[in-house]
Design a protein around this ligand. Sequence first.
Ligand code: SF4
Length: 376
Amino acid sequence: MIPIAFKKVWIENKIANHYKTKHILSKLGDIDIDYFDDLNTLIHNTPTVFHPKDRSKTLVLSAIRGEILRKCPGTHGHLCCNYHIINQYIGCPIGCSYCILQGYLNQPFTIINVDIESIFEELENFQRNYPGKQIRIGTGELGDSLVYDHLTNFSEDFLEFFAGRNEFIFEFKTKTTNIDLLLKHRSPGNIVVGFSVNPDIVRINEEEFSATLKERIDAATALVNAGYKIALHFDPIVSIANAEQEYKQTINFIFSQLKPEDIAWISLGTFRYTNDLKSMMEYNYPKSSLLSREFVLCSDNKFRYFRPERTNLYKMVIGFLHDINEDLPIYLCMESPEVWMDTLEILPGNCSGCPQEETMDLLFKRRVTLKKGTQN
Ligand code: SF4
């Protein structure tokens, strides 16, 4: 059960009369409301909080600021997958001990950017400026894409916008089963719903309020029946006791319900952390055992399992996935070219920072049906 009980809402004056602001407030019911003009001043004047639970007590409704559509910055010395991100939700109540947001976010509240029309304007500009270019976009970078969907109804806005716009493949990334609004519509074809997956023992120990694996895969099955493609994110893969048995059972369970052709793509990434995240994990989640072993500092200033261990974990998961189907589209998230070669035996492109876009993009586009779509 996710604790979505905001105690207070701050509203930026310039979006106070926005239809989404009114919609969200109508869902929140009786709640303490206040207004502000400048987000930085609000942050400065609000006592600091560190725990995601505390950050999830106060909601800020604001206008999106800064660069709206950004390429994922990737990470130095590691291959990136050309993903684009939109920061619509900033903050997440699910409470994963390993959540990188703990090391990034400095605001003591959850932010929802309500002016979705600014996002659509930006995407239309992209279409005009880069005719024919296709990109993958997601909203799950600084929060879960669906955890607040019943408050915002943004999923329906995105479905309507992306229908027939084949320049875009759009992914909702979630650890919830908050899919009711998606199920009211058939997918227009270019919509992917990504579920992070792990053995349940990882969820029990490290993800306080996420849905169980069974709940997530039941949700994925319902979405497949409504025409959506599913992405699976084995991220973070964790070096646990009985890892072989746990990951094998997990993968077999997933594919006892889903078919390989339902899958748009599968990402793999082993547990990693920055120094900032480590401090926050120790403070917020002292019972987590994720940090109690040795790690190696990599060229992007993130700590990872030593390369032989990472390679073994990836090979193990890839092996179980290949036992299901050799053709599953698998990629590694933020990994070095050496580990790509050791595990998947391919290198997507050969430039120093990023892979050649075409090579990587082929992996993603071949499983997603791009068609002129209509909604129910
Ligand atoms: S679901 Fe994602 S964004 Fe939310 S706490 Fe977990 S890792 Fe962080």
